[in-house]
Design a protein around this ligand. Structure first.
Ligand code: KIV
Length: 296
């Protein structure tokens, strides 16, 4: 895709990715690249790499805040990270992930919290999990003027009810239900749907039946785009990762080695060197030393 720009004074600012561009990418068969990010530096690096969509995922609960699931992260924590990412990003679409409890209770809650993502977090759109009882929430948010990305398959906010972190839609009945949920989300106004941990043929069928793009994570190559969690992709996650994770770097090792080198330099006195320090004019130093003689 070619990137359009708008001129602000002397500088060219890349135009924000439009939802219609994502639809065009699906129609033209150009895969959409999406990644999560949780701070301005991550957002900036994602944009520099050519990422189309940046998701401030509620995976932050686990990879940033150290919780065991996505459930505990709060609206205020999500808004804090969303605002940081949005400040580092110009072109990619910024999607705020609505945390557990922020939309389940009522349409009014859902709209109020979606509005907070746009106004306070400076997100462009929001994402929420599920269909069924969540369809009225999607409709209410879309009617308030905020675009919604859906999320089906393994929906981590309801992992306990789904029987753990495992692939979904693996029987004919469940696959058919997922297809009808995806069609219902499209009908309710979603502009895109994440499919997580879904068998390849099921995701392929859903992708073929929908007009809106699907973004897969563990859903095979037929999806219109792919998403990975930043920490997983960069090798910052320690311990077990899901089958669908591909590590493109081993930043844990790079960071651990750099920090250990710093510790060694501090202990040995090798850091700081002369070039890392500041001096002062000789006359000021002389005056300072004269003034600061210990009082008799
Ligand atoms: O929270 C998250 O990071 C997500 C992605 C896995 C899609 O929802």
């Amino acid at each position: 895709m070619t990137t359009s720009h708008t001129n602000v004074g002397e500088t060219q600012v890349p135009a924000k990715m439009a939802l219609t561009e994502l639809a065009t990418m699906k129609r033209q068969g150009t895969p959409i690249a999406m990644v999560t990010a949780y701070d301005a530096a991550g957002g900036r690096l994602a944009e520099a790499a050519g990422i189309d969509v940046v998701l401030i995922g509620d995976s932050a609960a686990m990879v940033v805040l150290g919780h065991e699931s996505t459930v505990p992260v709060t609206m205020d924590e999500m808004l804090f990270m969303t605002r940081a990412v949005a400040s580092g990003v110009r072109r990619p679409l910024v999607v705020g992930d609505m945390p557990f409890g922020s939309y389940q209770v009522s349409n009014a809650d859902a709209v109020r919290n979606a509005v907070r993502f746009i106004k306070e977090g400076r997100a462009d759109t929001v994402k929420l999990e599920g269909a069924g009882r969540m369809l009225p929430r999607v409709r209410a948010i879309v009617e308030s003027g905020i675009p919604v990305m859906g999320h089906l398959g393994l929906t981590p906010q309801s992992a306990t009810a789904l029987g753990g972190y495992k692939a979904q839609g693996r029987t004919a009945v469940r696959a058919r239900r997922m297809l009808s949920d995806a069609l219902a989300l499209q009908e309710a106004g979603c502009y895109s749907i994440v499919l997580e941990a879904v068998p390849t043929p099921v995701a392929a069928r859903i992708t073929a039946e929908l007009e809106i793009p699907t973004i897969g994570i563990g859903a095979g190559p037929a999806c219109d785009g792919q998403v990975l969690v930043y920490h997983d992709l960069l090798g910052l996650t320690e311990g077990h990762t899901a089958r669908f994770v591909k590590r493109y770097a081993d930043l844990s090792t790079v960071i651990r080695e750099a920090l250990a080198a710093f510790v060694a330099d501090v202990r040995s006195g090798a850091y700081p060197e002369e070039r890392h320090t500041y001096g002062m004019p000789a006359d000021e130093l002389a005056a300072f030393e004269a003034d600061s003689q210990p009082k008799p």
